[in-house]
Design a protein around this ligand. Structure first.
Ligand code: ZN
Length: 186
């Protein structure tokens, strides 16, 4: 990897860590939020064998616009137009009610660029892993089941993007499905 690309990846980590610094994940331990975008980028590389810096950086930055004060213009200035576009593609419109946002993700998934589809796959993989191993505190079995089924509906729209990521998702879906079937209903 070229020096500039390595630098940009490290700068994206620094930027995302700073933007998410006051946020925690929803698990019982309230893990630092930044663990999630790092896991998404790592999954892209380790599972999907994705080495394209634009995709990896978009993975690191994928929740900055949606969950922090970051703007698209700010990302463009720091990381360029391509990265801004991918992050915007994976950003939900927070002015819409949650149920509609979830429905739109299903409807829009197949129209997303390849890079955005890769980030979506890695994001869903990481979220499914969390549903089993570090579930959001207070989420009932029913709510977790609704979540995994929704993630499956999104992934079903983008199959054919990356076989390794898709089979990893399917393994985790099966694991989550089995786990939730055995879990005592809260
Ligand atoms: Zn995410």
């Amino acid at each position: 990897m070229k020096h500039e690309e390595t630098m940009l990846i490290l700068q994206a980590m620094h930027f995302a860590a700073d933007k998410h610094r006051h946020q925690r994940r929803k698990d019982a331990e309230a893990s630092p939020y930044i663990n999630h975008p790092i896991a998404v980028a790592e999954t892209l590389c380790a599972v999907g064998l994705v080495h394209d810096p634009v995709t990896l950086i978009a993975g690191i930055l994928h929740d900055t616009i949606e969950d922090t004060e970051t703007t698209g213009a700010e990302l463009e200035l720091r990381f360029g137009h391509e990265i801004r576009t991918v992050v915007e593609e994976v950003t939900d419109d927070k002015s819409l009610p949650p149920a509609m946002r979830k429905q739109l993700q299903i409807e829009h998934a197949s129209h997303a660029s390849e890079r955005a589809r890769l980030v979506k796959l890695a994001d869903k993989i990481c979220n499914l892993r969390d549903i089993v191993h570090a579930p959001p505190a207070g989420w009932s079995v029913e709510r977790r089941r609704r979540y995994i089924n929704w993630a499956l509906a999104v992934v079903n729209e983008i199959r054919g993007t990356n076989a390794d990521l898709e089979s990893r998702f399917d393994e985790l879906y099966a694991e989550a499905d089995e786990y939730l079937a055995r879990a005592p209903a809260i």
